[in-house]
Design a protein around this ligand. Structure first.
Ligand code: HEC
Length: 168
């Protein structure tokens, strides 16, 4: 943010002189406000997160959004449900690679216990992938809504099981 503000001031200086400068100043102010607004709309939990920590936080946020879409389509569209479950399954199969040892600097909510029990952490990711794959098969087989809700609960539990032990 500081760097951006600095760049904007440089831009203003470049156009110094007369009316043009004042026009540029007001444009720059507008750009500055715009940048501020866009930055503040980014979730607070992600403030300051960079690199692999930010990437995995974003992926987990997508997971949450995917679950919401699945819930909203239970009675409607099994194609969308299957597609979102495939996304969850893919992420579950990749997530352990996004936890290099000791990568829990703020604002990460990852607990150090992850690296003391990496085998168990991995098993919990596998359970998540399996539950997503099972539910995907169920959705594609035209199962009724109550069966899908049951499967969704099983899936949700695999998220929670991991969070209970490994997330702040
Ligand atoms: C194997 C472990 C594991 C599984 C399975 C898992 N999570 Fe997480 N999740 C974590 C960890 C660890 C964090 C904290 C990551 C961080 O802050 O660095 C997290 C963070 C999150 C966050 C917060 C992201 C943010 O914006 O800070 C959400 C939302 C989330 N998970 C949703 C889910 C959902 C939904 C599922 C299941 C579909 C799921 N997770 C499955 C371990 C897991």
């Amino acid at each position: 943010m500081a760097i951006m503000t600095f760049k904007i001031s440089i831009l203003a200086l470049t156009f110094h002189g007369g009316k043009r400068a004042s026009v540029m100043r007001s444009i720059n102010r507008t750009i500055g406000v715009f940048i501020l607004v866009s930055l503040s709309s980014i979730s607070l939990a992600h403030e300051g997160a960079t690199g692999i920590i930010k990437e995995r936080m974003d992926r987990f946020k997508q997971n949450k959004a995917a679950i919401r879409v699945i819930k909203g389509n239970l009675a409607k569209d099994t194609t969308i449900i299957a597609q979102k479950l495939a996304e969850i399954e893919t992420w579950a199969n990749e997530m352990v690679d996004f936890f290099p040892e000791g990568s829990n600097q703020a604002p990460s909510e990852a607990l150090p216990a992850i690296w003391e029990n990496f085998g168990d952490f991995t098993a919990k990711a596998v359970a998540n992938a399996t539950a997503a794959a099972d539910l995907k098969t169920l959705a594609q087989s035209g199962a009724d809504q109550s069966a899908l809700i049951k499967g969704l609960k099983v899936l949700g539990k695999t998220c929670k099981d991991c969070h209970n032990d490994y997330r702040e």
